[in-house]
Ligand binder design. Structure first.
Ligand SMILES: Nc1ncnc2c1ncn2[C@@H]1O[C@H](COP(=O)(O)OP(=O)(O)OP(=O)(O)O)[C@@H](O)[C@H]1O
Ligand SMILES: [Mg+2]
Length: 336
């Protein structure tokens, strides 16, 4: 079991309020990702769930029990950090065994568990090495292994892949997703990388300045962002915003259109523009188009794009994909 229920949870550091009242129900077995810009309170809330940071007000329930003041070791949760936090003088075997030895588990059982975890994480050949003799990805797998052997009711990850290079990050992302599918254990995963959030999460909670702006599945957030902040945070390349004269009909003050929802024409369209930088990614192309009277638009098009720097083109949004925002940034129904 590993359900976590946050009720009106807050955190102040001195007179600075870092977590505003937050309500969130994390279901048993769910993979939930906390995403948001630097300093928005993701790590703080994760550490509060772990018990590493005390809670100023509100309640944290784990499996239906009030755990707000329960010491970290008694919460049945395992945390994995960006820095791995391995013991450098201990072998991989002893690093993984450490929590079990501390819990006075029988040596034979420890050996069995280490063998099984090492197999799952592809660490069998490295058990006698020290962390300093491993690559970053291997070290992170050891840190995850140390968390797995404890059979926690939930895993808490704080940016576990940030120290890895791009291709290793993609591999580890898949490995953690696989692990979630095979263990079926609740995972709470903090990242500032929206691609990680989109690809791994059952549900994403988008944080901003100590509040949660929206919680939903990756596609719910992509298709129906609650506001400009979520629309701007989810999706890559980023959505284009267009400020307009406030509508007297529904109060729309700005529009949002994703780069993949803009049509290009050489003969006519809603906006005339001139192509600036072109990014060729092979499978797709990103055009940065200077549009008369607006900011630069990003447009996503096919890999075999025929245009070049300086070409004059027209852009038109797919009308049913336009997002409408009011003066406060809240999303309005698209009545087009
Ligand atoms: N011990 C502390 N004392 C005072 N302020 C703190 C403390 N720890 C964190 N903060 C502040 O709380 C806010 C939230 O920090 P937190 O580490 O939770 O952000 P984050 O969302 O994890 O950011 P990042 O993506 O950079 O890791 C920040 O403004 C930070 O400066
Ligand atoms: Mg953090």
């Amino acid at each position: 079991m590993g359900s976590i229920h946050l009720k009106q949870v807050t955190k102040d550091f001195g007179d600075v309020s870092v977590i505003k009242p937050i309500d969130l129900e994390i279901k048993d077995g769910e993979f939930i990702v906390f995403v948001g810009p630097s300093g928005c309170g993701k790590s703080t809330l994760l550490r509060m769930i772990a018990g590493l940071e005390d809670t100023t007000s509100g309640t944290i329930e784990i499996d239906g029990q009030d755990a707000t003041t329960t010491p970290p070791a008694k919460r049945g949760l395992a945390m994995v950090f960006q820095s791995y936090a391995l013991y450098p003088h201990m072998s991989v075997r002893n690093n993984i065994a450490f929590p079990l030895k501390r819990a006075k588990i029988n040596d034979d059982i420890i050996e069995e568990k280490i063998a099984s975890v090492a197999k799952t994480l592809n660490l069998t050949d490295y058990l006698d090495r020290k962390p300093g003799q491993l690559s970053g990805g291997q070290r992170q797998r050891v840190a995850i292994g140390r968390a797995i052997v404890r059979q926690p009711s939930a895993f808490l990850f704080d940016e576990p892949l940030s120290n890895l290079d791009a291709s290793l990050r993609v591999n580890m992302r898949l490995e953690i997703s696989e692990l979630h599918k095979s263990l079926n254990t609740t995972m709470v995963y903090v990242t500032h990388d929206q691609v990680e959030a989109m690809t791994m999460a059952d549900r994403i909670a988008v944080f901003n300045g100590g509040i949660i702006e929206q919680v939903g599945s990756p596609l719910e957030l992509y298709n129906n962002p609650a506001n400009r902040f979520v629309a701007g945070f989810i999706g890559s390349p980023k959505i284009n915003f267009i400020d307009i004269e406030p509508s007297t009909i529904d109060g729309t003050c700005s529009l949002g259109i994703r780069p993949e929802h803009i049509e290009i024409s050489t003969t006519g369209g809603q906006w005339a523009g001139k192509i600036g930088v072109i990014e060729h990614l092979g499978s797709e192309t990103f055009l940065h188009v200077h549009v008369d009277g607006h900011d630069t638009f990003t447009v996503k098009t096919s890999g075999d794009c025929p245009f070049k720097y300086g070409d004059e083109i027209y852009l038109s949004p797919q009308k049913n994909k336009l997002l409408h925002f009011d003066a406060t940034g809240k999303t309005l129904p698209n009545i087009a």
